[in-house]
Design a protein around this ligand. Sequence first.
Ligand code: UN1
Length: 501
Amino acid sequence: MALTIQEIYQQLRLPSELVEGGDLDVHSPINGALMAKVACDTKESVGDKVAQSEEAFRAWRQVPAPRRGELVRLLGEVLREYKHPLGALVSAEAGKILEEGLGEVQEMIDICDFAVGLSRQLYGLTIASERPGHHMREYWHPLGPVGIISAFNFPVAVWSWNSALALVCGDSILWKPSEKTPVTALACQHLFMMAVERFGDDAPEGLSQIIIGAKDIGEVMVDDERVPLISATGSTRMGREVGPRVASRFGKTILELGGNNAIIISDKADQDMAITGIVFGAVGTCGQRCTSTRRLFVHEAIYDEFVARLKAAYGKITIGNPLEGHLVGPLIDADSFNNFEKALQKAAAEGGVITGGGRALVDQYPDAFYVNPALVEMPEQTSIVQNETFAPILYVMKYSNLEDAIAKQNAVKQGLSSAIFSTDVRETELFTSAVGSDCGIVNVNIGTSGAEIGGAFGGEKETGGGRESGSDAWKAYMRRATSTVNYSRELPLAQGIKFDL
Ligand code: UN1
């Protein structure tokens, strides 16, 4: 039996005042039921929180980085203990299946582990100086309060990619979650405070804070020059607003925006593997990942056979309550369902042949929006195919030559994730080369979604260019200082300049 929402709250030991009596109604996409009433911030309270965050930063930056790592280690420990109820809460509030809710919490645990190691690895370069008796060093110092804006579809992992790194880097954190998923955010803050309790006194008050509200509330944080970095995940439309606002005050951004991710299926692909990769990529999280597979280019020599197999695989997808073991849960809300319908109508008008589509389980869940994932065979890459619709729609197209397929895959405005299925090393190497995929994620023989935290995560073009998570993404959360030190008894100037007084 699936847990009830009250059981989830109890298992998380969530204080009831967090989910009762507030002015923001939160409905579960599973059945439309009211699951919480959460208190919103005001513009004034956001200002107060930023002030407190700045104060917390001044203390936190002086705590040695490996000690800061200990707090993140404890956060990982708490997350391990509460993985199941937090994963279930993600399912209840965002509608993703429990397996994926648990996977999201695992992603949080993984980034905590990564950040703990990183807390002893925040190193800069030493650089040779052109002057005798001089050397140059690079320092990486804490940056300041980091503002995190996250979307409904990964309501907890995206916060952790940013917060685990920011915390070991010596920054304080402010988090504005999607107003569709504030409860998971409050739960994370609550778990974070458990870690703080285990950690001891050197975690300053206000080190991590939550800002709840709609766009106007988020904008107060975005515009505040005491917040040097805004890391925003969401639509390209949101990024177009946030990016220039932050730039106009010379703040920094990490933008992780829309994707329109494609897979190329070569005639030399391992087709069994490809089918699983495609179906998980296209219908997992009900097509609501920024990395979801939205376009498929299939080699003409295998097209008919392969697409028939893919349709058969789509026939096996089970749709239903995500807490009860199905493969596909609901869309987040009515707007999202309307966008799904409109996109399919447009695709049909542009020559698409649709398999699937339409609302599912309407009698059982009249106040929720379950859909049948759609597979749409398109004659070419028309305008609807070039748009990101945040729903389970997979556009399938035919190709005859790989260079042409790569050009088509690159011919959209987004540049997040991409993949090729091929057992031919010449094809896969071309795809990953400088003249191959232009995306931030370029996969071989796996799908477009489900990236691990060890790599830098993000993409090019309208995806925003930011990188979060692994590799050297931590550098965005720190400021770099270049120091030239003269240990000689002379003062030679660089570039051989003579300046004799
Ligand atoms: C997102 O949809 O915003 O690569 C993030 C993936 C996940 C993260 C998705 N690790 O699919």
